[in-house]
Design a protein. Structure first.
Length: 199
């Protein structure tokens, strides 16, 4: 009869860092993360800093550190501990400090730039205001029929609202008359889109 040997269920709560040799603690990471980590937090952050810098090229005209690897929406991205992160956010966190719920905004307006002194901390609302102020908003500031997605002219919207105000037309009838969806008519007559003053 063969003897069954049970595996040792105790887990190591410390192990040496492959860079500095110092022992570091497991912390709150899962078993998989613990098996995969090889560096203490200090050395892991230093390793990430080098990964960022080595994945960039210096633009001599703007002094931007331009990301040369994978991008999404024009922004650099990389995988860190099985998570995909934007390179400029990671650069800010590693070289400047924590972001928490804030964004890392570009002073230079170059999406691929990850240079820490070209980044500043701000909210999404501040990012949008900065984009509009610098004239980088494509069509978000265009209103009414000037907006490229508008299907009705300002005169047609005014006429549609006038017909609705008479109480003689249902939204479906107006939608069929103007060739739009009933939900579009609802948003127009309730002022959700094309605000009454802006028509």
């Amino acid at each position: 009869m063969s003897r069954i040997v049970l595996a040792d269920t105790t887990r190591a709560d410390t192990k040496p860092c492959i860079d500095c040799g110092q022992s570091y603690e497991r912390g709150a990471c899962s078993s998989h993360e613990w098996r995969m980590t090889r560096r203490c937090l200090r050395c892991a952050d230093e390793h990430l800093r080098w990964r960022l810098v080595l994945a960039c090229a210096l633009d001599v005209d703007t002094d931007c550190w331009l990301w040369q690897r994978s991008t999404r929406n024009g922004y650099g991205q990389l995988s860190v501990r099985d998570e995909t992160e934007y390179a400029h956010r990671l650069s800010y966190r590693l070289f400047v400090g924590p972001l928490n719920a804030d964004e890392a905004l570009h002073d230079c307006d170059v999406r691929r730039c990850i240079r820490p002194d070209h980044l500043f901390r701000g909210t999404q609302a501040e990012n949008i205001a900065d984009m509009i102020e610098k004239g980088r908003a494509r069509h978000r500031t265009l209103k009414g029929e000037a907006h490229p997605n508008a299907t009705l002219s300002d005169d047609e919207v005014a006429a549609l609202r006038a017909l609705w105000a008479t109480g003689q037309y249902q939204q479906r009838a107006l939608a069929a008359r103007y060739g739009v969806a009933q939900s579009t008519v609802w948003r127009l007559v309730h002022g959700v889109t094309r605000a009454q003053g802006a028509a």
